[in-house]
Design a protein around this ligand. Structure first.
Ligand code: SAM
Length: 298
């Protein structure tokens, strides 16, 4: 018989285990993750109540301890001390991979610095799940976490990205909250132009999973027609080329009257809707856009 034991029988090596948990569908948890959660000494959780639901579902009884943004530094010290004694500790976040827009990276860095083995236990992740089913290129991508919540910072961030991304094969991935998605998309339209391709992946792996694919203007229109916008979401943008940048810049130097006329013709918008769109793209109010239009006529 070979000396390689069945993994189920192997005692778990001491160390830190970064365990992915489901992002919605409770079935999305690897067998290895379940074995690790059953075998560690304790589980450090972003929210112990949230993780307890998962543990209950799989009949796992294990001590849990909280490990979140606000106690990350202090708790890291404590966890590293236990790991240095030969402990086996799992880190989980509320959903997906710990360390990805979630706590986990700090304790991993501290464990590495302390010479403690760190084991990734891969599984669900919202960004990658959205990317592979988005229909956008997957050969190159960059993940940007949450967009800045403040409008000014968000606009500068997106404008800088629009200038620096240089090919269509590079997909940009963001996490966004439902109450901010409308304004985030408005800013994407400003920076990348209304015809830029985007995908909004909502409620992945859950009952109401949905992919909205189209231009920024189309996806915005779909969302605007809804009474409310709910659920967890990932926003993906196609990359852009320097030629796209020139086209957007050119659109911004056109007169309002020309932009309105182009939109009325190309997108079949009413004059009012076209003006509304131009105002949005320019980051100005509707009445300001109207006054500007009147000034241009003089
Ligand atoms: N660590 C997680 C991961 O690996 O994906 C991400 C945690 S981050 C705090 C939470 C954000 O991830 C949500 O606001 C949303 O943008 C995205 N997200 C998480 N679950 C999702 C789902 N089921 N569908 C779409 N987006 C999701």
């Amino acid at each position: 018989m070979s000396n390689s034991q069945h993994p189920e029988e192997k005692p778990l090596a001491p160390g830190l285990y970064l365990v992915a948990t489901p992002i919605g569908n409770l079935e999305d948890i690897p067998l290895r993750a379940l074995r690790v959660l059953r075998s560690v000494d304790r589980i450090a959780c972003e929210d112990t109540r949230q993780t307890q639901k998962l543990l209950n579902h799989y009949g796992i009884e294990k001590p849990t301890v909280s490990y979140h943004l606000h106690n990350e530094a202090a708790r890291t010290e404590e966890l590293i001390a236990a790991l240095q004694q030969g402990g086996r500790i799992a880190i989980v976040s509320d959903a997906g991979m710990p360390g990805i827009a979630d706590p986990g990276a700090l304790v991993a860095q501290a464990a590495i610095a302390a010479g403690v083995p760190v084991f990734p236990i891969p599984g669900a992740n919202a960004a990658l799940s959205a990317l592979v089913a988005s229909g956008l290129p997957t050969e190159q991508f960059s993940f940007h976490g949450f967009l800045p919540a403040r409008q000014g910072q968000r606009r500068s961030y997106l404008e800088a990205l629009a200038q620096t991304t240089t090919n269509h094969a590079h997909t940009l991935i963001f996490y966004e909250a439902p109450h901010r998605i409308a304004e985030a998309l408005a800013d994407v339209e400003l920076a990348f132009g209304p015809a830029h391709r985007v995908v909004l992946a909502r409620e992945l792996t859950k009952l109401h999973e949905e992919f909205l694919r189209g231009t920024v203007a189309e996806v915005r229109a779909v969302l605007e027609a809804r009474d409310n916008i709910r659920g967890e979401m990932v926003l993906l943008l196609e990359g852009r080329t320097p030629e796209d940048n020139t086209a957007t810049a050119a659109a911004h130097t056109q007169s309002i009257a020309t932009q309105v006329a182009v939109l009325m013709q190309q997108e079949n918008l009413s004059k009012k809707d076209a003006l509304k769109r131009v105002a949005r793209e320019r980051g100005i109010g509707k009445s300001e856009a109207y006054r500007e239009l009147q000034r241009e006529k003089r």
